[in-house]
Design a protein around this ligand. Structure first.
Ligand code: T3D
Length: 261
């Protein structure tokens, strides 16, 4: 399958998905959304994939919606439809993948670009990366899950400041606030992100997929509900080949060789 606005490479258990409109800071167009949908379907159906690595080409991760595509008079501005058809399914797809999704934020991540990055399971950022809830600057409400994720990640006060003021949050501050997993030097980002993705892809994928589901769903559960969920997921994990391999490797005092099954 070939794409114009994204790149997809699958090798060694890792699917590398790159937003690829560097001249427009990888802003999202309808075409890009269509290609992302197709690519995520392909990745989900490919049984060799055990981790997805999402990044942007050039000097940005993504500047959010392509504002050239939404200018008054250029197309009907029914943004509810845009969210229903494009952004919300994208966030749900990333969340629903049964393996870890890593975002490598290589520069600015603004508007929906920031929130799509934050919807990934682990976010690695280059030192010069910035996260901008740019919506208030153009009279919009944060979308792509931002109003749900941000208070949970950084607390209500910081989420409120970020969303109302729309100021850039530097990578180091994002790390200090618990918004992201790790900051690395810009020129080390690609290698560090690849190493993290490769490491995740070599772990017991069934258990990791269930773990990500349990953690994401916990936000809306009470302890009782969560205990029941852990019980149900553990039953599934315990039947995986990788669980048997993990226990056997422990007993035999060797490194496990997980197959992702
Ligand atoms: O359909 C819907 O609208 C609903 C969905 C909404 C979701 C959203 O994401 S709304 C938020 C949209 N995004 C923004 O408001 C961010 C707009 N961009 C910026 O504020 C700045 O570009 C950045 C802070 C991200 C980066 O600034 P800087 O100085 O590093 O770069 P620049 O010079 O502004 O941009 C470089 C080029 O990318 C430039 O093109 P040019 O002049 O060289 O031909 C610029 O126009 C283009 N670009 C940047 N962001 C966008 C964009 N083109 C289209 N859409 C963009 N969002």
């Amino acid at each position: 399958m070939s794409y114009d606005t994204i790149r997809l490479e699958i090798a060694d258990g890792v699917a590398r998905l790159t937003l690829n409109r560097p001249d427009k800071l990888n802003s999202f167009t309808i075409q890009m959304h269509g290609e992302l949908r197709q690519a995520l379907k392909q990745v989900r159906q490919d049984e060799s994939v055990r981790c997805l690595l999402l990044s942007g080409a050039g000097r940005a991760f993504s500047a959010g919606q392509d504002l050239g595509e939404t200018g008054p008079g250029e197309r009907p501005l029914d943004l509810a439809q845009t969210l229903d058809h494009h952004y919300n399914p994208l966030v749900r797809s990333l969340r629903d993948l049964p393996f870890p999704v890593v975002a490598a934020v290589n520069g600015v991540a603004a508007g929906a670009g920031a929130n799509i990055a934050l919807a990934c399971d682990l976010v690695l950022a280059g030192r010069s990366a910035r996260f901008i809830q740019a919506f208030s600057k153009i009279g919009l409400v944060p979308d792509s899950g931002g109003t749900w994720l941000l208070p949970r990640l950084v607390g209500l006060q910081r989420a409120m400041g970020l969303c109302l003021l729309g100021e850039p949050l530097e990578a180091e501050q994002a790390l200090a606030w618990g918004l992201i997993w790790k900051v690395v030097d810009d020129d080390a980002l690609a290698d560090e992100a690849s190493a993290l993705a490769a490491r995740l892809a070599a772990l017991p994928t069934v258990a990791l997929g269930l773990t990500k589901r349990a953690l994401h769903d916990s936000a809306t559960h009470n302890l009782d509900h969560q205990l029941n969920m852990e019980r149900d997921l553990q039953k599934i994990a315990a039947r995986s080949e990788d669980h048997a391999e993990g226990v056997a490797a422990f007993k035999e005092k060797r490194q496990p060789d997980f197959k992702g099954r």
